[in-house]
Design a protein around this ligand. Structure first.
Ligand code: SF4
Ligand code: SF4
Length: 101
């Protein structure tokens, strides 16, 4: 499932530069995550990078967007066609993932 930011967000901006997919932006009231860009950090980290830096831990799995690891890995592949190292990791099925901790 894509990660989403809850109303607890205090607009500190710490999460935005941490996202490997540039999925986070400043919204009207709080920061928001584009579910079409979020891979739950699959392919890059074994945890959600946004949640790791969030001072109020409000970057949570969105129950409205359940997604399997394979779909998230496919998205990472599609979003980063020129990242050779990532493509190699994904093709070899040897990549960091919160599902594999
Ligand atoms: S979980 Fe990862 S990919 Fe998704 S918004 Fe957070 S940092 Fe970006
Ligand atoms: S790190 Fe947390 S509190 Fe700060 S902008 Fe991101 S979601 Fe909001």
């Amino acid at each position: 499932m894509a990660t989403y930011i809850t109303d607890d967000c205090i607009n500190c901006g710490a999460c935005e530069p941490e996202c490997p997919n540039e999925a986070i932006s400043e919204g009207d009231e709080i920061y928001v995550i584009d579910p079409d860009l979020c891979t739950e950090c699959v392919g890059f980290y074994d945890h959600e990078a946004c949640q790791a830096v969030c001072p109020v831990e409000c970057c949570l799995p969105d129950p409205k967007h359940p997604e399997a690891e394979g779909d998230l890995a496919e998205r990472a592949k599609r979003l980063h066609p020129d990242d050779a190292e990532l493509q190699k990791r994904l093709t070899a099925n040897d990549f960091p993932s919160r599902f594999r901790k």
